[in-house]
Design a protein around this ligand. Structure first.
Ligand SMILES: Nc1ncnc2c1ncn2[C@@H]1O[C@H](COP(=O)(O)OP(=O)(O)O)[C@@H](O)[C@H]1O
Ligand SMILES: [Mg+2]
Length: 288
């Protein structure tokens, strides 16, 4: 994908001048090499209803529409991401984790450029079965080791501190943390920060919070402003543009559509496009 982008820059530059050709050839080459880096991002918050699944589904589809190859791994036994996209399948993350199926046998196509490993209630017993495995925190990482061909893997996490979430975190290099504009959200954030520190230390990881995402934001509301201020104090320079409260966003899952299918002209559509831009450019800084 990055190679393709490089190529189109190249075509543009070629029209401008010959020097541009060499410049763009080089950039295509660099982007092509960087294209091999698959970003593994957990979208997590221990609190429910903060916009995790909405962020996963809409970011994933927005990125896919831009030509990136994206995989969603639904690690929440409620299977909300799978429901939201209207995907029903009998093969799920349970088969990957417990039965040892290969990733390609568990992956289902959800949209063009967008695949998913689904979840359903079978994941509840998976949690218990995993506890008896050796290296039980690494099962997901082991099973997905052979995975390739994706630019981004987004993991939709359940709102709890369970073993599945530990597996998701250990597989990931980055975290996106959606925080709803409620005072209690800040408690969940503190707990998560503590846990990330512990995981980084115990498992020798360097998981980074790429962006904290204010969700359900309403600028007319004092509470939104207060919580955004608090987040800015705790994560200076790490807060994304907010995702505003938007009725279309709450209606889209009911008709199994992403925001780009349901209401592409909505403010939520605009907000998620901005978020994608921020996340992709923060990745670039990290790699260069
Ligand atoms: N910015 C928003 N504005 C309005 N409704 C939203 C917004 N973000 C999410 N929702 C809705 O709120 C509910 C909870 O969001 P969801 O993404 O499922 O949260 P989580 O995965 O953190 O539990 C869903 O019905 C979703 O459609
Ligand atoms: Mg969810």
């Amino acid at each position: 994908m990055f190679y393709k982008l490089g190529c189109s820059f190249r075509a543009l530059y070629f029209k401008e001048n010959l020097l541009g050709f060499f410049y763009s050839y080089l950039s295509g080459l660099i982007l092509g090499i960087l294209g091999g880096v698959m970003r593994r991002i957990s979208i997590i918050n221990y609190k429910g209803g903060t916009g995790k699944t909405s962020t996963v589904v809409n970011m994933a589809h927005g990125m896919a529409l831009q030509g990136l190859k994206v995989l969603i791994v639904d690690t929440d036994p409620q299977g909300s991401a799978s429901h939201h996209l209207g995907i029903r399948t009998s093969v799920t993350l349970y088969d990957l984790l417990i039965k040892g199926l290969d990733p390609e046998d568990c992956i289902v196509s959800a949209r063009e450029n967008l695949d998913i490993i689904c979840a359903n209630e079978h994941l509840f017993p998976a949690e218990m079965k995993l506890t008896t495995e050796a290296d039980r925190e690494y099962v997901l990482s082991d099973r997905l080791e052979s995975l390739e061909g994706y630019d981004v893997v987004l993991l939709d996490c359940a709102p709890s501190m369970n073993l599945l979430n530990q597996n998701a975190l250990i597989y990931s290099d980055e975290i996106l943390l959606p925080v709803s504009m409620e005072y209690l959200s800040l408690i969940g954030v503190k707990q998560l920060l503590k846990n990330i520190k512990i995981i980084n230390k115990l498992f020798d990881k360097e998981i980074k919070i790429t962006k904290v995402i204010p969700t359900f934001f309403d600028k007319r509301n004092k509470k939104s402003k207060d919580i955004l201020d608090s987040l800015n104090r705790v994560f200076p320079g790490n807060i994304s543009m907010p995702i505003r409260s938007c009725v279309s966003l709450s209606e889209a899952p009911g008709v199994k559509k992403t925001i780009f299918e349901y209401d592409p002209n909505s403010k939520a559509s605009e907000d998620y496009l901005e978020l994608i831009k921020e996340v992709l450019s923060s990745g670039k800084e990290k790699r260069l």
